[in-house]
Design a binder for this molecule. Sequence first.
Ligand SMILES: Cc1cc2nc3c(=O)[nH]c(=O)nc-3n(C[C@H](O)[C@H](O)[C@H](O)COP(=O)(O)O)c2cc1C
Length: 157
Amino acid sequence: MIDSETFRSVLGRFASGVTIVTARDDAGEDHGMTVSAFCSLSLQPPLVLLCVDHEASMHDLLLKHPRFGISILSSSQEAYSRRFAADESNRFDGIAYVRGDSGVVLLEEALAHLECAVREHHDAGDHTLFIAEVERAEARQGRPLLYYRGGYAQLER
Ligand SMILES: Cc1cc2nc3c(=O)[nH]c(=O)nc-3n(C[C@H](O)[C@H](O)[C@H](O)COP(=O)(O)O)c2cc1C
């Protein structure tokens, strides 16, 4: 069987963008985490998928509160990627954001915003695969933040 180090090293060759996934709990408190395991799944209906670690604090929230937001980070937002993956007491402190129609946080200056509703979820190893319908989406001009081989990168073109 392939070891974790090889798996990481090989899969790290697949460059991705970086997103911040956001949702609200019963008390109306905001939660957010960095997610790069995100991609487009279907056009009709418009579906995306994301993979969330069973251990992530938002995991159960996404099962319980199916509406969530996705902010696709721009090249100037590396600090947000780090912050939403770090042990910070309030990840939203001092951050500029707007609220979507469903009330979820969407980060300002992000390259794109999506508002989604979970349609299916499947346990897969140590993660859960969430399939969600995109209910609203908007994009702005800019350059993406990239993640490649465990580090951040910029698009050169
Ligand atoms: C660039 C980057 C991409 C990440 N992608 C994912 C991901 O796709 N799924 C996931 O569950 N965790 C991912 N993580 C890790 C989580 O963001 C991190 O474990 C976070 O702290 C989890 O939230 P929690 O501390 O509130 O549990 C990623 C982290 C980074 C820095």
